[in-house]
Design a protein around this ligand. Structure first.
Ligand code: MLT
Length: 334
C-alpha cells in the first residue's frame, strides 16, 4: 500500500493482464475523501495491506487522500464508469445514487457504534449492497465506523435548535440531512465535502457536522470553536469497488477482496472504540474547542428531526424498510 500525496489528474485504472493470460502485478487506485489519518484511512490502509499480503504482492493499492481524485460523489460516478477502482466515502454521499441506503442516514435511527455494526452486517446490509450494485454500479466491500456527527460552529455554543437561528450551516448534498436542518428551523447550505474546509475558513458558512475523528483529521479545530455533542446521524463510510472491476476478477481474487473488506471493517470498529474518547479530549485540551451538551438530553432535536422520516419512506423502499431496521435494533416500529 502506498499513499499518494501529489495532486494527480484523474487517470484510467491500470488493470493489466499479460497477453499470455497470466496475471501480472497490478496497482489499484483508492480515493479517500478525508485527509490521511482518520477512519477512512484506517479502513483503506488495512484493506490495502490485507489484499497485498493475501495476493503475495500481486496487487498493490495506492491511496489518494484528501479528495485528490475528486469529490466523494464524483468518485461514485468514476467507479461506476470503471475509471476508478476503489473509494472510501461517507454514506451520505452515496445515498443520492442509491436512495435506499438512506435508511442508515435517517436522523436518530443509528444511535451508537453497536447500532451501526448491527445494521451493516447481515440481511439489511446485504440488501443495500445489492441495491448499490444495481443503482450505482458499485459494490460495498466494507465499512468504516466514524462515530456520531457532531455539530460544530465558529460563533457560539448551540444547545437547542433555536440556537441555530442566524447560523449558516454546511451540509452534504443529501436530501435527508437538508430536511433535518429544515426541521430545526434553518436552511442549510449544501456543499461538497472537498469545499467544506475552505468555506468554513473563509466564513462562507459558520458551521458543519461531522464526527470527532473527522473534525480532528480535517483540522476543523483551526476554523471552528464550538461543538455540540449531538448524535443525529452516525457517520458510516463504505468502502466501494467498481462493480465492473469486481466482475473482472477471478473467483479467488473476489474472495480475497471480500475477506479483506470484512477484516478491515472489524478493525475499523475497534479503531473507533479505542480512539474516539482520546480525540474528543484532545480537541478540548489541545485545540481549545468548547463542547456543549444538547439541552434536555437532545429530546427537542430528536422530536423535530424524526418528524421528517415519512418524507423519505418512498425513497428508502417503503416504511417497512425503516421498521425492519428498527426491529433489528430492538426498537418499536415507526
Ligand atoms: C461529508 O460531510 O460530506 C462527509 O461526512 C465527509 C466525510 O467523508 O468524512
Amino acid at each position: 500500500m502506498r499513499i499518494q500525496k501529489l495532486l494527480l489528474p484523474m487517470a484510467v485504472s491500470a488493470a493489466t493482464l499479460a497477453l499470455s493470460g497470466q496475471a501480472m502485478a497490478e496497482t489499484w487506485k483508492m480515493a479517500l475523501g478525508d485527509a490521511a489519518g482518520g477512519t477512512q484511512y484506517e479502513l483503506g490502509t488495512t484493506f490495502a495491506d490485507i489484499v497485498e499480503e493475501k495476493t503475495g504482492g500481486e496487487v498493490t493499492i495506492d491511496l489518494f487522500p484528501n479528495g485528490q481524485l475528486g469529490s466523494e460523489q464524483d468518485t461514485v460516478n468514476n467507479a461506476s464508469m470503471g475509471l476508478l477502482d476503489l473509494s472510501v466515502l461517507a454514506i451520505n454521499n452515496i445515498t443520492p445514487f442509491s436512495p435506499t441506503v438512506g435508511v442508515l442516514t435517517l436522523p436518530y435511527v443509528i444511535q451508537s457504534p453497536e447500532d451501526a455494526k448491527t445494521l451493516t452486517q447481515g440481511e439489511i446490509a446485504e440488501e443495500l449492497t445489492q441495491n448499490t450494485i444495481r443503482d450505482a454500479g458499485v459494490r460495498i466491500l466494507g465499512w468504516a465506523y466514524s462515530g456520531c456527527r457532531r455539530l460544530t460552529n465558529s460563533a457560539r455554543p448551540v444547545a437547542s435548535p433555536e440556537d441555530l437561528d442566524g447560523l449558516n450551516i454546511r451540509v452534504p448534498k443529501n436530501e435527508i440531512m437538508i430536511a433535518a436542518y429544515q426541521a430545526w428551523g434553518v436552511n442549510p447550505a449544501p456543499l461538497a465535502w472537498s469545499e467544506t474546509f475552505t468555506a468554513l475558513q473563509q466564513g462562507v458558512v459558520d458551521g458543519q457536522d461531522n464526527p470527532y475523528i473527522t473534525i480532528d483529521t480535517m483540522k476543523f479545530y483551526e476554523v471552528q470553536d464550538h461543538v455540540t455533542d449531538s448524535c443525529y446521524v452516525f457517520s458510516l463510510q463504505p468502502l466501494i469497488i467498481s462493480e465492473g472491476k469486481f466482475q473482472s476478477l477471478s473467483p479467488e481474487m473476489q474472495e480475497i477482496v471480500l475477506e479483506a473488506g470484512q477484516e478491515a471493517t472489524s478493525h475499523s470498529y475497534d479503531f473507533l472504540l479505542e480512539s474516539e474518547e482520546a480525540i474528543k479530549k484532545r480537541l478540548v485540551e489541545e485545540h481549545g474547542m468548547q463542547i456543549t451538551e444538547p439541552a434536555n438530553d437532545e429530546q427537542q432535536w430528536i422530536e423535530m428531526a424524526t418528524g421528517i422520516w415519512p418524507e423519505f419512506y418512498d425513497s428508502i423502499g417503503g416504511k417497512e424498510k425503516l421498521d425492519q431496521a428498527l426491529e433489528a435494533l430492538g426498537r418499536d416500529p415507526a
